[in-house]
Design a protein around this ligand. Structure first.
Ligand code: SF4
Length: 60
């Protein structure tokens, strides 16, 4: 399972709050280099659902 953040992040920080194991804030949100999305898939999907601009994609 893989997480991608496409263009348009507004740096609200919500994804990191919901799933800090996968997402971290730099200038914009990034997927952590060593993120284990499978181990945190429920929270990662929740972050994708909650992202106010819908730029997080979770795929298998
Ligand atoms: S929730 Fe969406 S807009 Fe907010 S920091 Fe994460 S990717 Fe960016």
């Amino acid at each position: 399972m893989k997480a991608i953040i496409t263009d348009g992040c507004i740096a609200c920080g919500l994804c990191e709050q919901i799933c800090p194991e996968v997402f971290e804030m730099k200038d914009l949100a990034e997927v952590k280099a060593n993120a284990d999305v499978d181990a945190h898939s429920d929270a990662a999907k929740e972050a994708a659902d909650q992202c106010p601009v819908g730029v997080i994609e979770i795929s298998s």
